[in-house]
Structures are given as structure tokens and as C-alpha cells.
Design a protein around this ligand. Structure first.
Ligand code: ADP
Ligand code: MG
Length: 625
């Protein structure tokens, strides 16, 4: 028998392929099963177009047969089979796809999801096998053939006997090696789990013999082994079903079946797109935050299928970071199975699908916000932080898309409100969107800095998340309204006392200058406060960096020591002012003490650390004695 050579480039391609396209060896089974499925699709198609042929659905199946003694794994199908020419053309030339040719010859377009199109999948068998034998009988031939190859060397073809139309691919599994436990591919449980993982939605039954231990008839404790033929795959993918056929429970049980999470999904989204891009998707918004969500360990991504066959567990390119919490899968017949991660990233189809999905998630969240506020708030408690990061990240590239989804706690409503709702309630004379930052809502509500703004009857948004102020700085404006911290130097509130404030400032100028000196560069300025009503002092910041930002930045690992330009504000209507003035004119030591105490009080209110607590408490004692 003459040994045929693979074409030269094929030889190289084979070696390259076997070692590089697939990161996991287990996918060889996916490839062989999808070829078998294609072969059955073809005979089905022929039956549709040929009156002399009938397609009895039950007689079409794929069977996976491990044999430990012979060290073989057989994948048998009842598909269309191959003629001698087809064996030569399809298996003798790598990167030639008989399936692709079949599709164009028969002008098959939509509806028929023949998977193959690349012409390399078959060779994945060599990742786990030393020898691959294909015994096949074509629908169009009376003679069967046997094709055998030991890899790059070439292959032989000879006539063989086989009763029924169809194909058997027999792999002689490699010996165990350090890098891979090849024995595994002869274990029924392992093969079942690979089938479940990649080929669960193949439309034809994938059968395997399994041995079950059952009670012997007529006995109470004697067992016997019984071999049962089981169908391993569930066959009909839920995403291919019509939405109207499915209930909320169906989606929920699929969520759990897929182990997307232990929680209940907050919302399921079923997408069928059939246009310039074609894909089906089932997406979920989970209810609770995965424990590692906000850590580096978390990997976002959707499962990616090509015509029901899993290509990738976690395709991260399908989801933008800001929707990284979404779980689910995408299936598209326009994607090729044999495609590497790198190639996928460049794939135009995939990019279009990703864009489409992103839009869809946004609109679903918007409708949740509009129609089921309670659920949306639940979602926001879990993933609002992610949306705010989304506004901030990538230099604000996604801020427009995300700003309508943001919510903050409101001083007036005492609950989460959207920016839109805030704007709608703004009195005419209010120029800015006011916010205050702090550790908790409770603490913010008692911040001295909020007094004037609250007095004016303006609503204040409470920022309790580290990222809040950074996100808002990135937004800059919402519907042309600027954001303003209640601690910023100029609150933008016209006050009647504005004028005498200037005068007052003049009046206190020497005192404040002295206090500033006493504080030795700890503050940029000491000023008369316009915002305080009942409290004696507070700290504010000039410039871009607020006190809250200083706090957040100082906790970052690459602490750049960014400092806010702090201003100590004194309430002129508070009695401490008299005490200060008196001390200023009579007792310099007292003034130093008072200044020091007031400054430290202001630090405490802000939640900033006191440099020397012992000195501070000693100073308090000094006032008492
Ligand atoms: P692809 O599936 O992308 O076309 P493969 O390398 O997996 O590429 O397979 C090459 C070709 O071999 C297929 O297109 C098909 O024509 C043929 N083939 C492979 N396996 C079978 C099979 N079990 N039955 C019939 N034809 C097959
Ligand atoms: Mg294939």
C-alpha cells in the first residue's frame, strides 16, 4: 500500500496546529463530535432534497466508545460518510473543509448550522492520539474505506468493510506523559464531562455506554452490573428556543445549571438578533456581588458558542469592564470554531456583537430603573460601584453611556436618587448640583459644611464611596449643571451678607494672619465662613483636590502624597470668635492654644487623623485648668 504524503504546507501546519491553536487538549473531542454532527446534518439535508431518502431522526446519533484494553477511543456517527476522494481531499489536505464546500455547493444559507468551515479541527485528534484511523462508508459509495495516519508522516487509504453508511474515527490514545494524563481520555466520567462542557447542545444524541450497579432481581442485597446506553448531551439549547416558550423559571434553572451563581438572577435577558450580525444570547444580571468581584482575581466574560459548540469559557472581549458583572452566553453561527484568542480579538463580527450586547444591557438597566425601582436599587447596591468606576475609567470614555444609571443618596429624599431626578427638583436660583463626602450618610448629614446649602433648601447628594468624587470629577457636568462640593471655597450661593463679609474679613485680617502663622503651613488660609450656621469651624479646600480625595489618594499603594489646599473656616457668629479676638489682643499663648484646638476639631470632623493625639488631649486639659 502506498503511503500518501500530506501536502508540504499541511505538514508544517499540522505540527503547528497540534501544539498551538488549542490551549487545552480536551477540545479534540469537541472537534470530532462537531464533525460527526455536521456529517449527520448533511445526510439530513440530502434526505430533504432527495425523495428516495428518508431521515428517521432516531437512527441518527453519535456514539463515543472508550476501550481501555486496546487503548482506543472511537467516535462513531451515522452521518453521510466519505468517499475515497473525499477522504483524500478533506483529510489529506489540511485547511480544506469539506463542510464549507458542502455549504456552498448546496447553497445552504440560514437555518442549517453546519459547524465546520476551517478544515483543521480533525487534526486536533493528534493532540491525544499516536494513530488516527477513519473507517467510513459514504452514502454515495458501495465500498467502505479505511484511512490511517500516524501524524505528520502521511496517511494510507485502503478499501475496507463496513455495513452501514457513516464514519468511525478511532484514536489510539498516547501513553501517559508528564505533561498530560492521557489515560483520562479513556475514562467514561471524564469523557462525559468533556461532552457536557463543549457539546451539550449538539442537535443529535451523543451516546455512551455506562455501567450501572443495580439490585439483582429477587434479592435484597445482591447487585449486578448492567450496561446502559445513555444520551449525554441535552441537545436543544435554550437560547435557540422561542422566548414565548420559556418561563422565568426556565431561565433561572438554566442560570443554576450553568453555575453562573448561587444566587437568583435579578434579571434575565434573551437576545435573538438576525440581521447583518446573527447571534443568540442569554444574559443575566446577578443579584449579589461575587465575593471576588472587586478584586484582581475576578475574570469577566461570557461563554462563547459557535452553532451550539463551546469555543470559549470566558470571552472577555464580549463585555466592557463596566458591565463585567453580567453572566451568560453568546452563540453565533458566523464565528469559526477553530479560532484562537488572539484572532478572536480582531474579529469584526465579535466586535459588533459586543457593541450590540453592551447597548442591550444598558437599555435593560434603564428599563429596570424606570419600571422596577426596587429591583434596580438592589442591583445598584451590588454593582453601582462598578458603574461609577466605569464613568471614571478610560478617561471617562463611557461616561455619557453610564451617567443616567448612577444613583446617590439624597439629603432630602433620604434614599437613592438619580441625577435626572435631582435636576428636575432644583429650585430656579440653584446653580449647582451639591454633594458632600464622608464615611456614612449619617456622618455626612451632620457635617458643618452642609449647613448653608441645606439652609437654602437645596438638596445634597451624599458620597460615601471612594470612587464617587472621582467619578463626578470625570463627569464634570450633568445636563449642563456643574457639580459642587459643599466644602469648596466658593459655594456659588448669593448671600445678602456677602458685602459685609468682605468688611468683616478685613476686620479679622490680622487675627487670621496670626492664626495661619501659628498653624505653620498646615493650612493655606484661615477665613471667615459663609457656610457655617451653628458650628464654630470647618475645613474646606481651595483648588481641585478636595479633602476627601486627599484621603482616598493617601490610601493608594502608590501614594503620591497629594494634598488638598486646606482652609480653616471660622464662623463669625459663633462665640468662639469673641474668645479668639480677646486672646488675640490680650494673651498670645491662649490664642495659640485656641487655634490649635479649633484646627484639630476641624480635622476630627473631617475624619482626618490627628498628628499627635497626646498633645491634643493635653491641650484640652489646659483649657480646663
Ligand atoms: P471543518 O470541520 O472545519 O471542515 P475538519 O478538519 O474538522 O474541518 O474536517 C475536515 C473535513 O473532513 C470536514 O469538512 C468534512 O468534510 C470531513 N469530515 C471530517 N469528519 C467527518 C465525519 N465524521 N464524517 C464525514 N465527513 C467528515
Ligand atoms: Mg470540524
Amino acid at each position: 500500500m502506498e503511503k500518501m504524503q500530506f501536502q508540504a504546507e499541511s505538514k508544517r501546519l499540522l505540527e503547528m496546529m497540534v501544539n498551538s491553536i488549542y490551549s487545552q487538549k480536551e477540545v479534540f473531542l469537541r472537534e470530532l463530535i462537531s464533525n460527526a454532527s455536521d456529517a449527520i446534518d448533511k445526510i439530513y439535508y440530502k434526505a430533504l432534497t432527495d425523495e428516495n431518502l428518508t431521515f428517521y431522526k432516531d437512527s441518527y446519533y453519535i456514539k463515543v466508545i472508550p476501550n481501555k484494553e486496546d487503548r482506543t477511543l472511537t467516535i462513531r456517527d451515522t452521518g453521510i460518510g466519505m468517499t475515497k476522494e473525499e477522504l483524500e481531499n478533506n483529510l489529506g489536505v489540511i485547511a480544506k473543509s469539506g463542510s464549507l464546500a458542502f455549504k456552498s455547493e448546496n447553497e445552504i444559507k440560514d437555518g442549517f448550522d453546519i459547524i465546520g468551515q476551517f478544515g483543521v479541527g480533525f487534526y486536533a485528534a493528534f493532540m491525544v492520539a499516536d494513530t488516527v484511523t477513519v473507517i467510513t462508508k459514504s452514502l454515495n459509495s458501495d465500498v467502505a474505506y479505511k484511512w490511517t495516519s500516524e501524524g505528520a508522516d502521511g496517511y494510507t487509504i485502503e478499501p475496507w468493510t463496513k455495513e452501514d453508511v457513516g464514519t468511525e474515527v478511532i484514536l489510539t490514545i498516547k501513553d501517559n506523559a508528564e505533561e498530560e494524563n492521557y489515560d483520562d481520555y479513556l475514562e467514561t466520567y471524564r469523557l462525559q464531562s468533556i461532552i457536557k462542557k463543549y457539546s451539550d447542545f449538539i442537535r443529535y444524541p451523543i451516546k455512551m455506554d455506562t455501567v450501572k450497579s443495580t439490585l439483582k432481581e429477587g434479592t435484597e442485597d445482591e447487585y449486578e452490573d448492567e450496561t446502559i446506553e445513555e444520551t449525554i448531551n441535552s441537545m436543544v439549547p435554550i437560547w435557540k428556543k422561542n422566548k414565548s416558550e420559556l418561563t422565568e423559571e426556565d431561565y433561572e434553572s438554566f442560570y443554576h445549571e450553568k453555575r453562573y451563581g448561587f444566587d437568583q438572577p435579578l434579571k434575565s435577558i434573551h437576545i435573538n438578533v438576525d440581521g447583518t450580525i446573527r447571534y443568540n444570547a442569554i444574559l443575566y444580571i446577578p443579584e449579589t456581588v461575587p465575593f471576588d468581584y472587586y478584586s484582581k482575581e475576578f475574570e469577566k466574560g461570557l461563554e462563547l458558542y459557535s452553532s451550539g459548540v463551546l469555543i470559549m469559557d470566558k470571552c472577555s472581549d464580549l463585555l466592557p469592564d463596566h458591565f463585567g458583572f453580567v453572566k451568560g452566553l453568546v452563540d453565533s453561527e458566523d464565528l469559526s470554531l477553530n479560532i484562537s484568542r488572539e484572532m478572536l480579538q480582531q474579529d469584526r463580527q465579535l466586535k459588533l456583537i459586543a457593541k450590540n450586547i453592551s447597548k442591550k444591557i444598558k437599555s435593560e438597566l434603564q428599563s429596570l430603573l424606570k419600571n422596577d425601582r426596587e429591583k434596580y436599587e438592589k442591583f445598584y447596591q451590588s454593582f453601582g460601584r462598578q458603574l461609577k468606576f466605569g464613568v471614571y475609567n478610560d478617561f471617562g470614555a463611557n461616561k455619557e453611556a453610564l451617567q443616567d444609571l448612577l444613583m446617590f443618596f439624597s439629603s432630602k429624599e433620604k434614599k437613592l436618587v438619580t441625577l435626572d431626578e435631582y435636576i428636575a427638583r432644583m429650585p430656579e436660583d440653584q446653580k449647582y448640583i451639591y454633594y458632600a463626602t464622608g464615611a456614612t450618610n449619617e456622618r455626612i448629614s451632620r457635617l458643618p459644611q452642609t449647613e448653608l446649602v441645606a439652609d437654602k433648601g437645596y438638596e445634597i447628594l451624599y458620597f460615601t464611596d471612594d470612587v464617587d468624587e472621582f467619578a463626578i470629577k470625570m463627569l464634570m457636568t450633568y445636563k449642563e449643571k456643574e457639580f459642587k462640593s459643599v466644602s469648596s471655597a466658593d459655594l456659588g450661593i448669593e448671600e445678602d451678607e456677602q458685602d459685609d463679609n468682605e468688611e468683616n474679613n478685613q476686620q479679622y485680617a490680622d487675627l487670621f494672619e496670626k492664626m495661619k502663622q501659628l498653624l505653620e503651613g498646615k493650612v493655606k488660609d484661615v477665613r471667615l465662613s459663609k457656610r457655617l450656621r451653628t458650628h464654630p469651624v470647618c475645613l474646606t479646600a481651595d483648588g481641585e483636590v478636595t479633602i476627601e480625595m486627599e484621603k482616598v489618594l493617601s490610601m493608594m499603594p502608590d501614594n503620591q502624597n497629594v494634598q488638598a489646599e486646606k482652609v480653616l473656616e471660622i464662623n463669625p457668629n459663633h462665640e468662639v470668635m469673641n474668645a479668639l479676638q480677646q486672646a488675640f489682643s490680650q494673651d498670645q499663648e491662649k490664642l495659640a492654644l485656641y487655634t490649635n484646638l479649633l484646627y484639630h476639631q476641624a480635622l476630627l470632623i473631617e475624619g482626618l487623623p490627628i498628628e499627635d493625639p497626646v498633645e491634643f488631649t493635653n491641650n484640652i486639659c489646659k483649657v480646663m485648668i
